[in-house]
Design a protein around this ligand. Sequence first.
Ligand code: PEP
Ligand code: MN
Length: 332
Amino acid sequence: MIIELKNSVNEARAQEIARELKAICVKHEARFVLVTSSSVKEADKRFEAETDRVVVLGDDMQLSSRKYRNEVREIRIGNTVIGGGTNHTMLIGGPCSVESEEQIEQGAQLMKELGISTLRAGAYKPRTSPYTFQGLGLEGLKLLAKMREKYGLNVITEVRDATHIEDVIEHADIIQIGAKSMYDHGILRRCGKTMKPVLLKRGFGTTLQEFVQCAEFILSGGNPNVILCERGIRTFETKTRFTLDLCGAAYLKEYTNLPLVLDPSHAIGYAYGVPDLARACTAMGCDGLLIEVHPDPSVAKSDASQQLNHDQFRALTGSLKKVAEAIGRKIV
Ligand code: PEP
Ligand code: MN
């Protein structure tokens, strides 16, 4: 249950009521909002006079629910916004990993050339094997920050574990929580205590309920700026790396108030399929698209098979604009 207290209720009183109700107290704009377990179905009459609105929910998808807030949240990211009434699909492009200054600068220049606001690349890579490239770490973060300054781009990069979370929060415009870290409560709770936008990727073995509940940890921690990302789930299929769950995407669009980014690159795992999938995602009206692109994918240090080259990315951007236009949206 969500209880929106009146604006006149101060923090000390809101905390007192929260203790009584065993609720989490979140500050939302000018008011305090209390969230109890969704198993609570009836409001406590003692606090009626201090309450503005009570929302009873069927499960623990609460702050993220359309039943609580009917419109998609609009989240500011540096000089742009995602979600809300924007009617645009924000393209996020860049290599899987920051590999060198020259390589990430080529990525930054490509985004600038195409008028794309947000550059992605990992500095801390959660690799499947410990014997492969693990990322440049802090040096990679600094290179991303340099690209932000030089080219006026927003940067998104992944936090792999709690050991470097402060550095990622400091350097990134959007903090990415990867599929393998989706359940990391140290990361989720820390991300609830910053106001920086967080892109939460769905774990490849998690249900939609589990995914959204992880987002609830960030929202109920006090950070309203959460973006969901579907990046493929594991199914019986082995010909593709994962299976992009567009049914899940439709569900998240219908039932949650969080902007939705789709990531066809990690889903299929092969560059050949990325343009078709990206067009399908755009036609669905997703709020954002995450696409991996590398100056020379054949020598990429991670995710080599799925990255587009720069010419393929240019061609894709052109075709995405047409698809977006056909449904009254824009690619930004
Ligand atoms: C990535 O974005 O490069 C990445 C590692 O993604 P995921 O967490 O979806 O595997
Ligand atoms: Mn990758």
